[in-house]
Design a protein around this ligand. Structure first.
Ligand code: COA
Ligand code: AMP
Length: 629
């Protein structure tokens, strides 16, 4: 079916459209009910379907002749290791680890936190949870102990799975002390911790609580018990993935099993043009939604071969790293963040390293995670010589809202646009008053309810937050938090967040949370943190600080201290651009800091001075400060 026909059918006959997609999967009991909006306006899909995501991803393929095909290649330039697991071997490893987890008391519905670097065991752990019907919550390795502790307290896991260390280029990052600190900070007491000991740095294990991954696997092998894939309802949760919102408390996005499997299978073909047996590489991290969907579940459900890459686009060992992997594994499509390509462009602007490799297998380059700026788009098209697809995503949706669906039709690309809404998304651009705006006019991007399968079904442990965060602002719509416009051809241009979320090198973080950290500095009376554009990382946070009366410190010293605090509390990915001491912060007469205007000034964008501003001169001070940068 063409893009236009499928989009139209999903819009006018959603139940028929998604039933056809659902029928392509091996259910234990195929669903007869499609969307149900009686409980929630966002909709629940396939409510009577019974299944298991791990079964769909592994057992089904082994039973249907795909057992000897490589399921996942592990490529780790930072440890000089390469390995692979076929579908049969991966299934065996997953069953053993599921047995180990079961032995640790993990059962259907229990939560399991996974805090691991990019190792094969991370995907084994995720799939083992899915097999047991347990709910995994993967926490990105670049988050600090305090962030991990917040997630542990929220998810209340029965077990945590981690590793002794991660490797960042040449640095060995000890994970276990971070985990121990998080467990000390957390109120929730975890019964069982499983640690993968890596040879680069072994961790001390706490007797009684901590277990060695390999020992548990060996015991499971001796027990040799059968671990069948547990039947779950399509609407049972598969995972919780925490993401940054406007406040300090991250949101635990809940994804269910059925909708997730159906849309990933659909998108593997419709968007990425991948068939079973093809090699797909999402150069991301399993700690992000892209890693969940397209390193682990999507490629496996679709019978493809995936790559789990523990390295960077540059420095491991050079800016030819991506091209080497593409040649070596005959990658058909690569998916990464624009920042990764900007890093390559910086090191190798002419693409000299690329010329050393055979990229003949590569058909398409996909990018997401942040705005793909036209210069990076143009460079990638010219240098790689393949179609580059910008597609727009959110952790909340779990799959891309807009893309060029190259598996259906190769629509003409427009730089700066993530092309068109994918089947299932009824996208509108609304004014702040909630009225539809005309083509080419910027507004709030909103999705008409109900949402298609695979999107968030709730915020873990906080029933009201889904409504308050996403559904309240524009009744009948999901508010994306992104601003942008539709052009005359219906192409979507995403221009950036309308709230306090920023994207640093493809890592989504909250400036609200950063303000809490900055505000905790002993000399700081008040502050505002805003995202400013950065040519490499996309955005970086800048702090404007009002000091307490009578104290003294200069900008560079304050910046250094605040950067250290952000690193310690949020993690090394929260890289501060600069801090500036200001005599006052622009506010409304009722005392609200005008963050949006500060952001506009810092990024050289137009703005309208609100009539409610307390002191317009405060804006001039910020202008002077920014122009002196
Ligand atoms: N564990 C521990 N530390 C980590 C980490 C992890 N998983 N990931 C990043 N860090 C650390 C880095 O080592 C670095 O530490 P340093 O300040 O001591 O050097 C710091 O966090 C900042 O990292 P980052 O912002 O990622 O910069 P970088 O120079 O290490 O790498 C890129 C730059 C562009 C290569 C990298 O950010 C990247 O690949 N981004 C894409 C992200 C992505 O895939 N997003 C998902 C959307 S598709
Ligand atoms: P995350 O939840 O980490 O995937 O981040 C989602 C946010 O990243 C979105 O709300 C956007 O602000 C931004 N984003 C993701 N993909 C794109 C894209 N292709 N173009 C513009 N912004 C994007």
């Amino acid at each position: 079916m063409s893009y236009a026909a499928s989009y139209q059918q999903a819009l006018t006959q959603p139940n028929l459209f998604w039933q056809q997609q659902a029928n392509r999967l091996p259910w234990f009991k195929a669903p007869t009910k499609m969307v149900d909006t009686s409980q929630t306006a966002t909709g629940r899909w396939f409510t009577d379907g019974v299944m298991n995501t791990c079964y769909m991803a592994l057992d089904h393929h082994v039973a249907n002749g795909r057992g000897d095909q490589v399921a996942i290649y592990y490529d780790s330039p930072v440890t000089n290791t390469q390995s692979s697991l076929t579908y049969s071997q991966l299934l065996r490893q997953v069953c053993l680890f599921a047995s180990a987890l079961r032995d640790q008391g993990v059962k259907k519905g229990d939560r399991v936190v996974i805090y691991m670097p990019m190792v094969m065991e991370a995907s084994i752990a995720m799939l083992a949870c899915a097999r047991l019907g347990a709910v995994h919550s993967v926490v990105f390795g670049g988050f600090a102990a305090a962030e991990l502790a917040v997630r542990i307290d929220d998810a209340q896991p029965t077990a945590i799975i981690s590793a002794s260390c991660g490797i960042e280029v040449a640095k060995v990052i000890a994970y276990k002390p971070l985990l121990d600190e998080a467990l000390d900070l957390a109120q929730h007491k975890v019964k069982s911790v499983v640690v993968l000991q890596r040879p680069q740095l072994e961790a001390d294990l706490q007797a009684g609580r901590d277990h060695d991954w390999l020992s548990l696997m060996a015991q499971a092998q001796i027990r040799n018990d059968v671990v069948e894939a547990v039947s779950v309802l399509a609407t049972d949760p598969l995972y919780i993935l925490y993401t940054s919102g406007t406040t300090g408390k991250p949101k635990g996005i809940v994804r269910d099993n059925g909708g997730h499997a159906v849309v990933l299978n659909y998108t593997m073909k419709a968007i990425y043009n991948m068939d079973a047996g093809d090699v797909f590489w999402a150069a991301s991290d399993v700690g992000w939604v892209v890693g969940h969907a397209y390193i682990v579940y999507g490629p496996l459900i679709a019978g493809c071969t995936s790559i789990l890459y523990e390295g960077k686009p540059v420095m491991t060992p050079d800016a030819g790293a991506f091209w080497r992997v593409i040649e070596e594994y005959k990658v058909k499509a690569i998916f990464s963040a624009p920042t990764a390509f900007r890093a390559i462009k910086k090191e190798d602007p002419q693409g000299e390293l690329l010329k050393k490799y055979d990229l003949s297998s590569l058909e398409t380059v996909f990018m997401a995670g942040e705005r793909l700026d036209p210069p990076t788009y143009d460079w990638a098209v010219e240098t790689i010589g393949r179609p580059v697809v910008d597609h727009w995503w959110q952790t909340e949706t779990g799959w891309s809202i807009c893309a060029n669906p190259v598996g259906l039709d190769d629509l003409p690309a427009k730089p700066g646009s993530s092309t068109v809404p994918i089947a299932g998304y009824d996208l509108h651009v609304l004014s702040d008053a909630g009225e539809p705006v005309e083509a080419n006019v910027k507004g709030n991007i909103a999705l008409k309810l109900p949402l298609p399968p695979g999107c968030l079904v709730g915020i873990w442990g906080d029933e009201g937050r889904l409504h308050d965060s996403y559904l309240k602002e524009f009744p009948g719509y999901y508010t994306s938090g992104d601003g942008g416009y539709l052009d005359d051809d219906g192409y979507v241009f995403i221009m950036g967040r309308t709230d306090d979320v920023i994207n640093i090198a493809g890592h989504r973080l909250s400036t609200g949370e950063m303000e809490e950290v900055v505000g905790a500095h002993e000399l700081v009376a008040e502050c505002a943190v805003v995202g400013v554009q950065d040519p490499l990382k996309g955005q970086l946070p800048m702090a404007l600080v009002l000091l307490k009366a009578g104290v003294q410190i200069d900008d560079p010293q304050l910046g250094k201290e605040l950067a250290a605090m952000l690193r310690k509390t949020i993690g090394p990915i929260a890289v501060l651009k600069s801090a500036h001491i200001v005599p006052r912060l622009p506010k409304t007469r009722s005392g609200k800091i005008l963050r949006k205007i500060i952001r506009n000034i810092a990024n050289g964008e137009d703005y309208v001075v609100p009539s409610t501003i307390d002191d317009p001169a405060s804006l001039d001070e910020i202008k002077v400060l920014v122009s002196s940068q």
